[in-house]
Design a protein around this ligand. Structure first.
Ligand SMILES: C[S@@+](CC[C@H](N)C(=O)[O-])C[C@H]1O[C@@H](n2cnc3c(N)ncnc32)[C@H](O)[C@@H]1O
Ligand SMILES: [Zn+2]
Length: 290
């Protein structure tokens, strides 16, 4: 896997920070290439997102609560099922501090990861060294070549990034572009059931969805909110981290079908041949005119 410019998807020259096609100059921060459009980099949204990671801050607790552990198990199972071999390439988009990226490195020798926050990616570098190819980049303009990945993940995720509809579609288009034909994309988000469609509708607009996995964790979250007054005590921690409790609750919650889940994951496949997609007539006519 190599990095390309997000503007033209062309080789990066010299110090690896200049687009060989249009000359756009990118920067590096703490040894991490920041392959983000210079205008976007100057925006309050970018600054606000990065600030959450500065000075050692941890914006989310990822791997401790039981549903988070179950979430990672589900993702790792789905990635393992989709990977042809250890040489297969995986891309982790929105990698944050690299908790998931680290698990992916156990499955493949070719893992690339990006996050919008250069401060977060710098900390992934401390965690993983050269095990993963790292860059700061936006999901809406990925710095990876066309058809270069076997699996791409957008976990917490497409909806939580608060992109407008056009940007959400741009991120989905990028996921499709970087996948090899036949490759899989995994879109995981955490939503109340009446909002599941905010993930599923745009994914279905771009991909054919093979299956949706529902984590069955809603009862756990309902119970957790009732116990929140005890946060910081040993009994609360015991509940929050107990996989036994979480599995028992999952069995009950799953009886409600999708309504019993907050985490859900759409597993989508890029068609093997372009003709399998329903290309709009106007696009084909436009192509013929060139
Ligand atoms: C909740 S964390 C995801 C953690 C990780 N993927 C996981 O499942 O454990 C969300 C991350 O998305 C990043 N992010 C926000 N907007 C993004 C964008 N447009 N492109 C890429 N990453 C983005 C944030 O900086 C943050 O680190
Ligand atoms: Zn360019």
């Amino acid at each position: 896997m190599t990095l390309v410019s997000p503007c033209c998807r062309a080789a990066l020259t010299g110090d690896g920070l200049k687009c060989s096609a249009c000359g756009t100059a990118y920067v590096a921060q703490d040894g991490i290439p920041v392959l983000i459009d210079p205008k976007f980099r100057a925006s309050p949204l970018f600054e606000e997102n990065d600030r959450r990671y500065r000075d050692g801050k941890v914006p989310w607790t990822y791997d401790r609560t039981a549903p988070e552990v179950q979430k990672y198990e589900m993702l790792i199972d789905a990635v393992s099922a989709a990977l042809p071999s250890r040489a297969a390439a995986i891309g982790d988009v929105g990698c944050s501090l690299g908790v998931l990226t680290e698990k992916l490195c156990e499955l493949s020798d070719d893992v690339a990861a990006v996050d919008l926050s250069p401060s977060a990616v710098a900390r992934v570098k401390q965690r993983l060294g050269a095990k993963a190819l790292l860059a700061a980049a936006s999901a809406t303009a990925l710095p990876w070549p066309d058809a270069s990945l076997d699996v791409v993940l957008m976990s917490d995720g497409l909806v939580s990034w608060k992109l407008d509809e056009a940007m959400k579609l741009a991120a989905l288009g990028e996921a499709k572009r970087v996948l090899k034909p036949g490759g899989r994309a995994l879109f995981m988000d955490y939503l109340t059931p009446r909002r599941h469609h905010e993930l599923l509708d745009p994914v279905r607009a771009v991909f054919s969805v093979e299956r949706v996995v529902y984590l069955g964790d809603r009862l756990w979250y309902v119970t957790e909110s009732a116990l929140r007054a005890f946060k910081g005590t040993a009994p609360y921690d015991f509940f929050a981290e107990s996989l036994k409790w979480a599995s028992a609750m999952k069995a009950v919650s799953s009886l409600a079908g999708p309504a019993g889940s907050k985490h859900l994951c759409a597993v989508a496949k890029k068609p093997l041949r372009v003709e399998q997609e329903h290309t709009p007539r106007s696009v084909l006519d436009g192509d013929a005119a060139h």
